[in-house]
Design a binder for this molecule. Structure first.
Ligand code: NAP
Length: 259
């Protein structure tokens, strides 16, 4: 399917690997010129080179921490104007709700709620003026069904979801569609580190921890960054113009709900 976005300009945050990279690859395949970001200079530079060579689009790397004001300023300076924005950042650490203090909550809210909001505040008004835009926020299945050890994630991402629910309806009339994708378990480094948490806690091997977690997914497998990127690219397509303020759960059916 031609997504109708060849020649558009996009920003994908936290994209040297994992789900962000999956989104960047799929958008590049659709012909979108990109600015991509992550903190480690060597990784983001290599990723940009690889994506540009594979898909024949322009890809500009920006090494910066997207959860800081200075980091966002550097990324926004490189982007100028964007037609497509994919927000993403590393997830908060697991832990116990009794242990988190105010600083822990502020860090999580900064990273997984306020950073995405600041990027939308910077890039969506010019999209509205031009009459076209797409925003995808990478959140988590924890928005639909809390994950006990990821209480910081549950809290921050639910706040972002509430913001998007209201804001997306205010900008849709100007041709800008804002939606969230909620990843269930995908095979990335983040999934490995959560597998390791299970392995350490239960004193079982990594393979056993993965088998246990896969057994809870009707597909019997983890998702991949490619699966995830394809959905993201579709939400950024011309065809997605009637999808507004939605929370698209990509979890292989793991969440046992009717709607
Ligand atoms: P990942 O494989 O660990 O990749 C994270 C990417 O983000 C890397 O490119 C990393 O590069 C970059 N990054 C991390 N912190 C950053 C920051 N402050 N500023 C800029 N770039 C940053 O993680 P993932 O699995 O793709 O997860 C992406 C998001 O989805 C996370 O928030 C995660 O919690 C959430 N999620 C993932 C899953 C899953 O199963 N994979 C499930 C639910 C939710 P640098 O380290 O070099 O910056």
């Amino acid at each position: 399917m031609d997504l109708g976005i060849r020649g558009k300009r996009g920003l994908v945050c936290a994209a040297s690997k994992g789900l962000g990279r999956g989104c960047a690859e799929a958008l590049a395949e659709a012909g979108v010129d990109l600015v991509i970001n992550s903190r480690t200079e060597a990784d983001i530079t290599r990723t940009a080179r690889e994506i540009a060579a594979k898909h024949g689009v322009n890809v500009t790397p920006v090494a910066a921490d997207i959860t800081t004001e200075e980091g966002r300023a550097a990324v926004l300076a490189a982007v100028g104007q964007a037609d497509i924005l994919v927000t993403n950042a590393g997830g908060p650490p697991p832990g116990d709700w009794r242990d988190w203090n105010r600083d822990d909550f502020i860090r999580a809210i900064d990273a997984n709620m306020l950073s995405a909001i600041a990027l939308m505040q910077a890039l969506v008004p010019p999209m509205m003026e031009r009459g076209w835009g797409r925003v995808v926020n990478i959140t988590s299945q924890s928005v639909r069904s809390p994950i006990a050890v990821l209480g910081l994630s549950n809290t921050a991402r639910t706040g972002l979801t509430g913001f998007v629910a209201g804001m997306s309806r205010q900008v849709a009339g100007s041709g800008v569609c804002v939606n969230n994708i909620l990843p269930g378990i995908h095979a990335t480094d983040r999934a490995d580190s959560l597998d390791k948490g299970v392995s350490d806690k239960q004193g079982i091997s990594m393979d056993e921890a993965r088998r246990q977690r896969q057994a809870g997914i009707p597909t019997g497998t983890y998702g991949t960054p490619e699966d995830f990127g394809a959905t993201c690219a579709f939400l950024c397509s011309q065809q997605a113009r009637f999808i507004v303020g939605q929370n698209i759960l990509l979890d292989g059916g793991a969440l046992n709900v009717t709607i």
